[in-house]
Design a protein around this ligand. Sequence first.
Ligand SMILES: *Cc1c(COP(=O)(O)O)cnc(C)c1O
Length: 394
Amino acid sequence: MAYRSGRHFLQIPGPTNVPDRILRAIDRPTIDHRGPEFAQLTRDLIAGLKEVFQTSGLVVIYPSSGSGAWEAALVNTLSPGDRILAFDHGFFAANWSKVAARMGLAVEVVPGDWRRGVDPAVVEEKLSRDREHRYKAVLVVHNETSTGVTSRLPEIREAMDRARHPALLMVDTVSSLGSIDYRHDEWGVDVTVSGSQKGLMLPPGLSFNAIGPRALEASKAAKLPRSYWSWDDMLEFNEAGFFPYTPATNLLFGLREALAMLKEEGLPQVFARHRRLATAARRAVAAWGLELVSADPREHSDTVSAVFTPEGVDADRIRRIILERFDMSLGAGLGKLKGKVFRIGHLGHFNDLMLAGTLCGVEMGLKAAGVPIAASGVQAALDFLSSNPAPGAD
Ligand SMILES: *Cc1c(COP(=O)(O)O)cnc(C)c1O
């Protein structure tokens, strides 16, 4: 690779750009994870995470990527052969279902076209029909990163309540936590899964389970084998401020900084910032005359926009041109969307000018690839940003 001057634009929807403050927080000597300084760190992190998950319940931290927390949610609460309800609404939803099947669960997958989120009406219908309560859990990916679709969780919760069904609600928030409003307690979620490398602005390597009271109760009877992911061991050690095995100490230093940053900005402001920048990104896509994968405006994601390229145009070729010419990485189309879409990550440590630079790169890349565009998306986005200034920005 030739030398590249200036900053690389990492505009995939995760891992996201890691802010200098977090890099500096991580760049410290590792400490004794069984010593007194560590216990305070653990307690502070768990207290801070509860605010971000909007829960007064339990939160555990694993040294793993997000996929580990998927497995943890399942093995701690379910038993071999348990029936669970899942939805094929994107690449990550499909993969979580696959993990469940590998664990020996009987997964019923509701097919989907990957352009919409989980349909609350289908949830209600499926659960209402299940009079014997054979479904033990419902899996939902809050923000499907492969499609840029955010499922309407409060409506899904209401649908489950209307069906009076006791299945556990398990939600993946890997690409929404700390970017899009998410309320573990208020929305009656039993297990929330998340990861470090997206809205939390950290490098990959940490994952989380937020655990509600019904999930904790279910864990007492659950029979799937578990060791590394066991909540019991984790909660017992966490009580005293420690971990049952060596945690990712330096990433935890980074997490402390990330939580401080989210608190300084304020969660409502964080969500509003993502909404505003995402709206500007969508204005750009519309002006280019391109189509979002997300088909329902109620479900457009505020963290990632997945954009179809015109028929016959290889999205990966556009991504390659943008990387080579402008040193910017965009997300690839995943699974059945491979080659058909590129994805713009607009989450985490991100502001107006970073979005402007990102959209300039996309627009120049589209032109370089010979893709006809209707009008300047950059101009449309800038117009939106100027006429909708960030609150408190004057
Ligand atoms: C990134 C992501 C994951 C996967 O996490 P890994 O850290 O790659 O294991 C899971 N779910 C969603 C929705 C994601 O965006």
